[in-house]
Design a protein around this ligand. Structure first.
Ligand SMILES: [Zn+2]
Length: 371
């Protein structure tokens, strides 16, 4: 995940002279349909805005750090996110964005008609929050599993430390995510493990899997991990399960995809390898209309609001493989293409990739069985 630092110095509550001793971190979810960290930053970075201030915003792609909190061990500038001053004096606060199409009905209740998209987005911010919180705990010497160190806004409320909000559980309860698992995943991430999440394979470069401290890099893209191992004698690339996949300049085992029904960069990379197309982990030139309809298309899809007619090399190759007529092989992942892939995989032909998708699972299983 990308972490940008861009302090909201114009926010009405921003004060470099107010320094706190960091004892924990509170996680929030914004509670409305705004999916970009920058949007919040623009709204809150005004002298007239005095309602709240957080240390940063997490979205599906990145975190923007908005108030100094990783400059001095154990210290941070004060922020205001739970309407409780004694909590503000001890805790960092981060907001996670939410799916841009989420429809709130009243309070923390939302319309479940696009639940799959809300969940898919929540899984991305979860992963990014795990990574960020692991870095923060590392930096400030915090134990994420110690009682009261990491709390959701809701948990802080239940402890009488915060205003009466329901975030983050109002979404996480529907997304198979929990604060208990989050704390475990943060702890594990401090030791170099990937969060227990769908869609993401992480390749780590170490001397041995058990020698966690020897790690010199971790990448979602296997090629980057291989390149780093090539430059450092004696280092091996391991997948998320701790299986060696590359050592001494050669593959020692075939990388296995997680068979989780969610088509992200790693699935794309493996398919690009199998279909012998450009290996960049990205499905290029896709029409954004198909993004919301197919929440199983997880990550690494290049969406354009207006179709540019260029399509993707990989999808074209897959259309041919799935037996579509040459004139229909346009490189676009529309309903006809999805049906053709579903037919090829012997799964339900409804022209949609749900989340998780049985067809994508079958496709991943098929990819894992290829040479
Ligand atoms: Zn909150």
């Amino acid at each position: 995940m990308e972490i940008r630092t861009n302090y909201m110095t114009k926010n009405g509550l921003y004060d470099p002279n107010k320094i706190i001793n960091v004892q924990g971190i509170i996680l929030h979810s914004v509670g409305c349909a705004v999916d970009k960290a920058e949007t919040w930053w623009d709204r809150w970075n005004k002298a007239s805005y005095k309602s709240a201030l957080v240390h940063g915003f997490i979205d599906a792609e990145k975190t923007v750090i908005a108030v100094p909190c990783m400059e001095q061990k154990g210290k941070a500038q004060k922020a205001y996110h739970v309407a409780n001053d004694s909590t503000h004096n001890k805790y960092l606060g981060f907001e996670m964005c939410e799916y841009g199409g989420i429809k709130y009905t009243s309070g923390a209740n939302w319309d479940k008609s696009n639940k799959a998209q809300v969940i898919a987005y929540a899984h991305k911010t979860y992963k990014n929050a795990v990574e960020l919180f692991a870095r923060l705990c590392d930096f400030h010497g915090l134990d994420p599993e110690k009682d009261g160190v990491i709390l959701s806004h809701h948990e802080a409320h239940l402890r009488g430390m915060a205003s009466g909000h329901a975030d983050v559980e109002h979404i996480w309860n529907y997304a198979d995510l929990s604060m208990a698992q989050f704390r475990k995943d943060v702890k594990a991430a401090m030791g170099g493990a990937a969060p227990t999440l769908p869609g993401v394979q992480m390749y780590r470069v170490r001397k041995s899997w058990s020698d966690v401290s020897s790690q010199i890099g971790a990448f979602e893209n296997l090629d980057y991990a291989k390149a780093l191992a090539d430059k450092n004698k004696g280092f091996t690339v391991y997948d998320s399960n701790g299986r060696a996949v590359y050592a001494n300049g050669t593959a020692v085992g075939k990388p296995q995809l997680k068979e989780d029904g969610s088509w992200g960069r790693n699935t794309t990379l493996r398919l690009q390898e199998i279909f012998n197309t450009t290996r960049d982990g990205v499905v290029s030139n896709q029409w954004a209309m198909y993004k919301a309809r197919n929440p199983g298309l997880y990550d690494g899809w290049e969406w354009h609001s207006v179709p540019n007619g260029q399509g993707s090399e990989l999808i074209t190759a897959m259309q041919q493989w799935a037996g579509m007529a040459a004139s229909d092989c346009d490189g676009e992942i529309g309903p006809a293409t999805i049906k053709a892939i579903q037919r090829k995989m012997g799964t339900t032909q409804d022209g949609k990739f749900s989340y998780p998708s049985g067809c994508i699972k079958a496709l991943q299983r098929w990819a894992n069985a290829q040479a």
